[in-house]
Ligand binder design. Structure first.
Ligand code: NAD
Length: 370
C-alpha cells in the first residue's frame, strides 16, 4: 500500500427519518441562544417550522438565499446576523442556503447547524464560494464547516424529482473527483465508492416513486458520504468546468454537474485506472463513462448544455477561463481538449473514451513542453 496522509474533519452528524425532532437538543448542545434561521424564499415554510421548534432560541429568519451566493446578498445576510445579535446559524435547505450560512460564518465565526434538503453535500465541507462581478471564487476555511448536520430524509420527500436526480449526480461528481484526486488514500476511496453505490441504488428507486422512504434515505446517506470526500480531497477538471459555467453563465448548478460528468469521466478514463474500476463496481457497469450517461438517460436527466441555457458561441470563452487557472487533473488538459469536451457536453453526445495510447502520447508531449 502506498503512503498517504488523511486529515479527518470534525463534525457531528445526526442521521435518520424524523431526526429534525432533535433540533432543540442539538441547538442546546451548541449552547446557542439566538439562532438565525436561513432559507430560500421557496423554503420559507421550512424556516418557519424550524423557528417554531426553536422557540425562544430563535433570533429571526433570513429567507433570501439564492444560487451561487452573490456577494451583495452575502453582505445583507451578515448585516442581519449582526443586527439580531445572532450566536448561531441554522441553514435549512440546499447548497445555496448552506453557502449563505458559510458566507456569514467566514467573517463572524458563528457556528452553523446545517439541515440539508438536497444532495449537494456542502454541509460536510469547509469550502465556500462567492460570486462577484460574474466570477465564482471558492476557498477553504475551517470556520465555515458546520458543527452539526441533521440529515432527515423526510425533508427530501418534497424535493422535485428532476432536482433530486441532478442533485444526486452532483453528489456522485464529488466522489468521482475524490477517487482520482492528487491526495489519494484508501479511506477516502472506500467512502467515495460507497457514496456512489448508495446513490446509484437510491436514485432509480425515487425515480419510480419520489416518496420511497428507503430510496430517499439511501440517496441522502450517499450524499453525506460524497460531501465528506469532497471535503477531504482536492477537486479536478469536472469541478473547475462547472464553476466556470455556473459562475460566469449562471447555469443551474446540479444540472450543469450532471451534464458535464460523463464527459469528464470519459476524458480521464485512461488516466485514472483504479478510480474507474471503483466507479464501475459501485454502479455495476463495465464502463464508468457510458454507465453514468446511461443512468442519466434512464432517469430522464438533462444531457446537453444547449438545453440549460448555454450558447455555443460561449464555449471558447469557457475553455479559456478553465485554462487560465486550471485545477489538478489526472490527464493533461489543453484549451483544444477542453473545447472538444465542452462541445460534446453541449450537444449531449454519448461519451467516447480516448484511447490509452493517445493519453500516453499526450502525457509524454506535455512533459517535453518547455
Ligand atoms: P439550491 O440550494 O440552489 O436549491 C435549489 C432550489 O431547490 C431552491 O429553490 C431550494 O429552495 C429548493 N429546494 C431545496 N431543497 C428542497 C426540498 N427538499 N424540497 C423542495 N424544494 C427544495 O441547490 P443545490 O444544488 O443544493 O445547491 C447549489 C449551490 O450549492 C451552488 O451555489 C453550489 O456552488 C453550492 N455547493 C457548494 C458546495 C460546497 O462544498 N461549498 C458543495 C455543493 C454545492
Amino acid at each position: 500500500m502506498d503512503a498517504f496522509i488523511l486529515e479527518s474533519l470534525p463534525g457531528r452528524v445526526v442521521f435518520g427519518p424524523g431526526t429534525l425532532d432533535r433540533l432543540a437538543q442539538e441547538i442546546e448542545q451548541l449552547d446557542a441562544k439566538r439562532a438565525l434561521v436561513l432559507s430560500t424564499p421557496q423554503q420559507e415554510a421550512l424556516a418557519q417550522d424550524i423557528a417554531r421548534r426553536l422557540g425562544e432560541r430563535c433570533a429571526g429568519i433570513f429567507p433570501r438565499a439564492i444560487m451561487h451566493v452573490p456577494v451583495e446578498i452575502a453582505h445583507a445576510a451578515r448585516e442581519e446576523a449582526d443586527r439580531l445579535d445572532a450566536d448561531c446559524l441554522v441553514a435549512a435547505g440546499g447548497g445555496s442556503t448552506i453557502g449563505r450560512g458559510k458566507a456569514i460564518a467566514l467573517h463572524s465565526s458563528l457556528p452553523i447547524l446545517a439541515i440539508p434538503t438536497t444532495y449537494a453535500g456542502s454541509e460536510m465541507t469547509p469550502i465556500y464560494g462567492l460570486t462577484e462581478a460574474g466570477l465564482k471564487k471558492t476557498g477553504r476555511d475551517p470556520r465555515v464547516l458546520p458543527k452539526t448536520v441533521i440529515y432527515d430524509p423526510n425533508l427530501t420527500l418534497g424535493l422535485p424529482l428532476g432536482m433530486s436526480i441532478t442533485s444526486g449526480f452532483n453528489a456522485i461528481a464529488h466522489a468521482v473527483e475524490a477517487l482520482y484526486s492528487d491526495q489519494p488514500n484508501p479511506i477516502t476511496a472506500m467512502i467515495a465508492e460507497e457514496g456512489i453505490r448508495a446513490l446509484a441504488l437510491g436514485m432509480p428507486r425515487i425515480a419510480k416513486n419520489p416518496l420511497d422512504h428507503d430510496g430517499r434515505s439511501e440517496c441522502l446517506y450517499g450524499a453525506w458520504l460524497c460531501g465528506s470526500v469532497l471535503a477531504t480531497s482536492g477537486m479536478a477538471l469536472h469541478h473547475k468546468l462547472c464553476h466556470a459555467l455556473g459562475g460566469t453563465w449562471n447555469l443551474p448548478h446540479s444540472e450543469t454537474h450532471t451534464i458535464v460528468l460523463p464527459h469528464v469521466v470519459a476524458y480521464n478514463y485512461n488516466a485514472a485506472f483504479e478510480a474507474m474500476r471503483r466507479i464501475e463496481r459501485a454502479m455495476d457497469t463495465s464502463d464508468a463513462a457510458t454507465g453514468i450517461f446511461d443512468l442519466m438517460m434512464r432517469l430522464n436527466a438533462p444531457v446537453a448544455l444547449k438545453d440549460i441555457g448555454m450558447r455555443h458561441d460561449d464555449l471558447e470563452r469557457a475553455a479559456s477561463l478553465v485554462m487560465q487557472s486550471p485545477y489538478y487533473n489526472p490527464r493533461h488538459t489543453t484549451r483544444e481538449s477542453i473545447l472538444h469536451l465542452l462541445d460534446n457536453a453541449f450537444f449531449g453526445r454519448r461519451p467516447a473514451v480516448a484511447s490509452a495510447t493517445d493519453v500516453t502520447r499526450e502525457a509524454a508531449a506535455a512533459s517535453r513542453a518547455p
